[in-house]
Design a protein around this ligand. Structure first.
Ligand SMILES: C[S@@+](CC[C@H](N)C(=O)[O-])C[C@H]1O[C@@H](n2cnc3c(N)ncnc32)[C@H](O)[C@@H]1O
Length: 263
C-alpha cells in the first residue's frame, strides 16, 4: 500500500479556490464542492468559520495566513512547497483564498510554480472584494451615469516609497477606483489623488467587513474620507471606493427603503 508520505505516480490536483468577499454563502458552488471533497486545505485568514466547517473531518487543514490580511505571513515559498508536496502524494489540495485567488491574491504565482513543477492545477474564481463590497453597500460600480472605467488598485505600498508604482495622474483621471489594502495609507492615497487633480468633492466610501455581520460603510468625499474613516475607527479588512458610482448609493438606499415600505 502507498504510504501517504511517498510520492504518488500521479500527482493530485491543486485547486486555487476563491472563497468570496466574506460571507460564507458567497463562495461558488464549484468552490464549495471542491472544499468539501479535498484531502488537504491550505487557507488564509479572513475565511469565514462556516466555510472552514465545510472541510471534511478526514482532511488535513493548514493555516497559512495571519489575522487581518488575506496575504499570509507564511512565506510564499513555503506555501508553494506545501502545495506541491501534498499534490505529489496524490492528494487533492484546495488552496483557499479570500475573494478571487488572482486579484491581489498571488494566485498567479502559485499557479506558475505548480506548472513549473508539473503539478496539475485549476483556478476557481471567487467574488472579489470590490464586487462583493460594492454590491453589499449598494454602489453600482459601472452605472452608466458614473463613468466608463473601474480600476482595482493596490494601496499596499507606501505611496511615497519606491515600491509604489502607481501613476497618480492616470488614476486621478479615471472614473471609479476601488483600492484594496489601502486603509493604512488612506491619508496619503487621497492626498496623492487630490494633488494629481481629482476634485476634492469626488464621492468616496470606506467599506469595512464587507458582506459580514459587522459591515460598516463610511460615506464621504475624496477630501474628507480619510478623516471620517479614522474618526469612525475603521479597522482592516476594509476597501476604499472613490468615484461617481458612490453617489448612487444614497439613491439606491432610498429607493430600496421606499420599495420596502410600500410592500
Ligand atoms: C490581499 S487582498 C486580497 C484580495 C482578495 N483576493 C479579493 O479578491 O478580494 C486583501 C484586501 O482585500 C480587502 N478585503 C478582503 N476582505 C474584505 C472584507 N470582507 N471587507 C472589506 N475589505 C476586504 C481589504 O482591502 C484587504 O486588505
Amino acid at each position: 500500500m502507498l504510504s501517504r508520505l511517498e510520492p504518488s505516480a500521479r500527482p493530485g490536483t491543486v485547486y486555487l479556490v476563491g472563497a468570496g468577499p466574506g460571507s460564507a454563502d458567497l463562495i461558488t458552488v464549484r468552490g464549495l464542492k471542491l472544499l468539501q471533497s479535498a484531502d488537504v486545505v491550505a487557507h488564509d485568514a479572513l475565511i469565514h468559520a462556516e466555510l472552514l466547517a465545510e472541510i471534511s473531518p478526514a482532511a488535513e487543514r493548514v493555516f497559512v495566513g495571519k489575522r487581518g490580511y488575506c496575504v499570509g505571513s507564511t512565506r510564499q515559498e513555503t506555501i508553494h512547497e506545501l502545495l506541491a508536496r501534498h499534490a505529489r502524494e496524490g492528494r487533492s489540495v484546495v488552496r483557499l483564498k479570500c475573494g478571487d485567488p488572482c486579484v491581489f491574491g498571488r494566485g498567479g504565482e502559485e499557479a506558475e510554480y505548480l506548472a513549473e513543477q508539473g503539478i496539475p492545477f485549476e483556478i476557481v474564481p471567487g467574488v472579489t472584494t470590490a464586487l462583493g463590497a460594492c454590491a453589499a453597500a449598494n454602489i453600482p460600480l459601472t452605472h452608466r451615469e458614473a463613468g466608463q472605467v473601474v480600476a482595482f488598485v493596490t494601496g499596499h505600498f507606501d505611496p511615497d516609497s519606491a515600491e509604489c508604482k502607481l501613476d497618480w495622474a492616470a488614476l486621478a483621471g479615471l472614473s471609479n477606483l476601488v483600492i484594496y489594502m489601502g486603509l493604512r495609507h488612506v491619508e496619503r492615497i487621497t492626498a496623492k489623488l487630490a494633488a494629481a487633480g481629482m476634485p476634492g468633492d469626488t464621492p468616496a466610501a470606506v467599506i469595512e467587513n464587507a458582506t459580514l455581520p459587522g459591515m460598516r460603510t463610511i460615506d464621504g468625499e475624496l477630501a474628507t474620507i480619510a478623516g471620517l474613516a479614522r474618526a469612525a475607527g475603521v479597522q482592516a479588512p476594509a476597501i476604499i471606493v472613490i468615484g461617481p458610482a458612490v453617489r448612487f448609493r444614497d439613491r439606491l438606499l432610498q429607493l430600496a427603503e421606499l420599495a420596502h415600505t410600500s410592500n
